[in-house]
Design a protein around this ligand. Structure first.
Ligand SMILES: Cc1ncc(COP(=O)(O)O)c(C=O)c1O
Length: 387
């Protein structure tokens, strides 16, 4: 795994959005993908497809059944969660899964809860389908962002149908603990909500924290939870388009299918299926090495931000390779996104795309080599000093 010697010209020659979005002198640290090479077993799975010219229609019934079993075994092994292979629907990506869930479980005009700040496409899934967004702010308790269950309960009314729940949370990097999950589950059950639990970052949890799938909390919450996940984030292959929805009960899946015919969702391609299978069965050693590298990068980033940007606020993320930084104390001209793009030639994610109240925040992706991370930080430090 090329964790150390990444070459900027090589990365820039990729056609991906990460490296193409900004000017050729900008180092990108925005979209949630990593700069690293994929794990060798995934590369081998893709090479086999090419070698054998296996580009026809996949044998869907067999492929879907086999990969659903792999998913279920992986969830048991990683999180001691009994996910049912029969309750799996494959999709191309999780944005599709969140749109489909919103359309299945709420009518136009219904209210949908979303913790803010939020991954921007969740807002689109609500607003672009004519549903109404009920924002529920995470609370900064001075140590981290916490889930305010009382505020959640207060935000619910008779038109609230669904909660989109992101766990671990992007952009704050929170990993909710059992007590928080139990409280959330109780509110959802009491108010007859369907919960769409996006757990795409579940593999990227740092030492000292543990991911507990929401559907594992109790059979009652499982019965109303759609867990959406994929291997694409943690194994760095979002371009391969393979994700899944897991329904915690047959009744929930029936309700979904009554509104969204599964064939409308299409199927992932053979590359996505095969790569996901390789990731979940053969790539844990690669993931362990990745997490060691990300842990060191995270710690380095947090200490550098604290020492070099006095007043900026950063909590070490408990999961994800994303950091959520409050630059308000620096009184930068413009937003941090604009300032660092123009003056440092670093492309962060803009805070206000996650929440209008977060315009003084920037999200920084640190899934790169230490040398590139230091280049990013060095440019930002220079820009702040020169301001
Ligand atoms: C929480 C969350 N969900 C979903 C996605 C996107 O997933 P996909 O590429 O499968 O749509 C991301 C990507 O950053 C994410 O952070």
């Amino acid at each position: 795994m090329e964790l150390v010697d990444l070459s900027v010209p090589f990365l820039r020659s990729r056609r991906n959005a990460k490296w193409q979005r900004f000017g050729s002198d900008v180092i990108p640290a925005w979209v949630a993908e990593m700069d690293f090479a994929i794990a060798p077993p995934i590369a081998e799975a893709l090479a086999r497809i090419e070698r054998e010219q296996d580009f026809g229609y996949p044998s869907y019934a067999a492929t879907v059944t086999a990969l659903a079993k792999v998913f279920s075994l992986r969830m048991k092994e990683r999180f001691d969660w009994d996910a049912d292979a029969e309750r799996v629907q494959f999709v191309s990506d999780l944005v599709q899964a969140s749109f489909a869930s919103v359309m299945a479980f709420a009518d136009p005009g219904d209210n949908i809860l979303l913790q803010t700040p939020a991954y921007p496409p969740f807002r689109d899934a609500i607003l672009k389908t004519g549903r109404r967004l009920t924002p529920h702010s995470l609370r900064d308790d001075g140590q981290r962002f916490v889930f305010d269950v009382e505020a959640l309960a207060a935000a619910i009314d008779s038109q609230t149908r669904v909660m989109i729940f992101c766990h671990p949370h992007n952009p704050t990097g929170r990993v909710y603990d059992r007590a928080e999950l139990e409280a959330i589950a109780q509110v959802a059950i009491r108010n007859d909500l369907v919960v769409v639990s996006d757990e795409i970052h579940a593999d990227l949890v740092y030492p000292g924290r543990q991911h507990i799938p929401l559907a594992k909390i109790s059979p009652e919450i499982a019965a109303r939870t759609v867990t959406i996940t994929s291997a694409t984030k943690s194994f760095n292959m979002p371009g391969l388009r393979c994700g899944l929805m897991h329904f915690g009960s047959r009744a929930l899946q029936d309700r979904f299918e009554a509104r969204i015919p599964p064939l409308l969702l299409g199927h992932p391609g053979i590359n996505g299926f095969e790569a996901t299978s390789a990731a979940w069965t053969q790539c844990q050693p690669w993931l362990d090495r990745l997490m060691a590298h990300l842990t060191a990068n995270r710690d380095h980033l947090v200490s550098t931000v604290r020492s070099e940007f006095p007043g900026a606020r950063i909590y070490a993320p408990e999961a994800t390779f994303l950091s959520w930084i409050d630059f308000s104390a620096l009184k930068l001209p413009g937003t941090p996104f604009q300032f660092f793009l123009e003056k440092a030639r670093v492309g962060l994610s803009a805070g206000d795309t996650f929440d209008v109240a977060s315009r003084e925040f920037g999200r920084l992706n640190f899934a790169t080599s230490r040398a590139i991370l230091d280049e990013i930080l060095g440019r930002m430090i220079e820009a702040v000093r020169a301001r």
